[in-house]
Design a protein around this ligand. Sequence first.
Ligand code: NAD
Length: 502
Amino acid sequence: MSSVETIHVDGVWRAAASGAQREVLDPADATILAVVSEGSAEDTDAAVAAARRAFDGGAGAWPRTPVAERAALLRRVADLLQRDREEIALTESRDTGKTLEEGRVDVDCVSDAFRYFADLVVSEGAGRVVDAGSDTVHSVVVHEPVGVCAMITPWNYPLLQASWKIAPALAAGNTFVIKPSEVTPLSTVHLVRLLAEAGLPDGVANVVTGAGDPVGARLAEHPDVDLVSFTGGLASGTKVAAAAAPTVKKVALELGGKNPNVVFADACETPEDFDTAVDQALNAAFIHSGQVCSAGSRLIIEESVRDRFVSELARRAERIKLGRGTEKGVECGPLVSAQQLARTEAYVASALAEGAALRCGGKRPEPSGTRPESGYFYAPTVLDLCHGAMRVVREETFGPLLTVETFHTEDEAVALANDTEYGLAGAVWTKDAGRARRVAGRLRHGTVWINDFHPYLPQAEWGGFGKSGTGRELGPAGLAEYREPKHIYQNLDPKPVRWFAG
Ligand code: NAD
């Protein structure tokens, strides 16, 4: 496959029908990393038609392939991901800017997700027999694949977001067309190559690289698409939902977050506790330069420990080693694009204009050998004295910006943490087990960590309340998203019902 043949339709890699191409940039220095095919509505229609044929095909088609065989294929994909671990991690690091180590972690998590869905689909069996209250009726609920699935993914975790959709979709017997982010399409192309290598029949997995509009928009409205699963920002997500509505296809949206990290004073009592809480707040906010949907971008801290906590946090944030993600010793890479950099700068300017106090960062770092001036680097930034009316507190900044708000009581802490239109994830730090469970119970967020931040498990559902989305990925609900339950009611001894006398 040459670098411009990144559209995959019916088992064939090809260029865009129009011949259009797009340059993919390395965010560490803005040089050209790859050239990919720039798909159109025409390419999208061809990919959907291929997925449709593969779904509607005869006896040997993927939806009718025995579950054990589908599961075996997913396990082979997990093995192939591990075989190519270094290569994929490097691609992901260069494409997104994240560190090589983060790229490796992504590959491992994704391999786990493929294995998890393989095990789950086998363990769930063929269906559920229902007691119909009669020994002359046999009633069973079986699960069928939804059909042709469209998948639209963002740039921050390209491989991971693609896999959280692809693994359950294939386990359930669907066919699909995926449109990765135009900013970071490379690892998705690699993954689809692995699916073919693992033995997936032609037409089951199709890729169209290209822009949100037209490719994503066409997928969302397409009459032959049965489900659209979207991960990305609120603005694009609402467009996808609107475009999908006239065809009444299933829609799953995994959108943004404005995630609170609530720290009570008792979590900072001993030097060790204090160090742990600061360290995790740092990780919550700044890993992948804050370009994480579940980034702990709002520190909500008990007033009595604020000064000590914030000054240690700022001291450590200033020491984070920024640079090209592939270089040894680098702890944080650049932002993904010039657009994200400009957005981050605008949020800092608005925060300062609205009265925030800058404790560290607030600027681009000095260029260095590992940090070319042309790269999209921004220093980790702590903004103190923030409040809920500020734009930087309300909107998802998706950059290395941490805002600080304070509270005096548990009720106040909960109210602040829930004062967001989003509801993706949040954390509570306390030594008081009762309070930990009370607060966790009251937080209106899809994931709540107690004395931790960021871990997720393939077995546990991931998704949001409020404007963080609809539907769930991972866990049993992540598989259910890609299945239609069907009730089959069999009368073993049919008789007239005589509802009508004549
Ligand atoms: P984005 O919304 O700009 O783009 C996401 C995808 O949608 C891209 O592939 C893009 O090309 C496509 N798109 C854009 N406009 C479209 C349209 N009109 N119709 C169809 N598709 C369209 O998001 P992004 O900037 O790539 O990613 C960052 C966002 O993703 C953040 O808001 C982040 O919180 C969110 N995200 C959420 C999760 C989660 O699990 N909830 C995970 C990762 C990222």
